[in-house]
Design a binder for this molecule. Structure first.
Ligand code: PGA
Length: 250
């Protein structure tokens, strides 16, 4: 059985003080959470959030990680820096990183290897744009992202990896992929992983859906066979909304 994982992606939102406030509101609401609960927050919030989540089930995540151990990489943050604060998960290859900051499958692969080397659990994002979807290129795009992004990754490595399937056209737009559509596409990713890394790996790998997930559609999405959780942007910024997704079963 794959344990569902609901992760918030705060993106570039919340100062450290606002972050403390949000966690304080969230804590009582996710007390009895069944899924694994993660908040991936801006670097400047990590310290405050690491303290604020103490005594709760909420786990700490970052939004990126450098591929190098240390050195002359102005503006980057290393895995050791994250680990010392208590970071467990890290988002890699979010579509906004790919779109605005020049991330490629190659840089995703380098960051992924570094995360694994340092014992961070990667949440690797893949997904097609609207144009790619309209041109019927979804499968081709996803295949390239998975094969190139996960180059040299072993079957054993997958034990700590989560994939987030986020159709770019559904991110922050209010447009959600239909549950059936998301399930089918995630099924394609799963079968690709099975073919490349073995049936067991594909069976055990957790794959999240991301893109305008909210309390009102979480239950339907989470009921799908292939969907093991969500990567939540906008709705992660309000305690009630995020908790509504975490508690989708209630
Ligand atoms: P959204 O963002 O929930 O606001 O669509 C999801 C994401 O980008 O991870």
């Amino acid at each position: 059985m794959r344990k569902p994982i609901i992760a918030g992606n705060w993106k570039m939102n919340k100062t450290a003080k606002e972050a403390e406030q949000l966690i304080a509101e969230l804590k009582p609401l996710v007390k009895g959470a069944k899924p694994e609960v993660v908040v991936c927050v801006p670097y400047t919030d990590l310290w405050a959030v690491s303290k604020a989540i103490e005594g709760s089930k909420i786990k700490l995540g970052a939004e990126n990680v450098a591929w190098a151990d240390s050195g002359a990489f102005t503006g980057e943050i290393s895995a050791d820096m994250l680990k010392e604060i208590g970071v467990e998960y890290v988002i890699i290859g979010h579509s906004e990183r790919r779109q605005y900051f020049g991330e490629t499958d190659e840089s995703v692969n380098a960051r992924l290897k570094q995360a694994l080397k340092k014992g961070l659990k990667p949440i690797v994002c893949v997904g097609e744009t609207l144009t790619e979807r309209e041109k019927n290129k979804t499968k081709r795009v996803l295949k390239k992202q998975v094969i190139d992004g996960f180059k040299d990754i072993t079957a054993e490595d997958f034990a700590s990896i989560v994939i987030a399937y986020e159709p770019v056209w559904a991110i922050g737009t209010g447009k959600t992929a239909t549950a059936e559509d998301a399930n089918k596409t995630i099924g394609f990713i799963r079968s690709l992983v099975k073919k490349t890394w073995g049936a067991q790996v594909g069976k055990e790998l957790r794959i999240q859906y991301g893109g305008s997930m909210k309390p009102s559609n979480a239950k339907e999405l989470m009921a799908m066979r292939n969907i093991d959780g969500g990567l939540i942007g906008g709705a992660a910024l309000k305690a009630e909304d995020f908790a509504g997704i975490v508690n989708y079963k209630k």
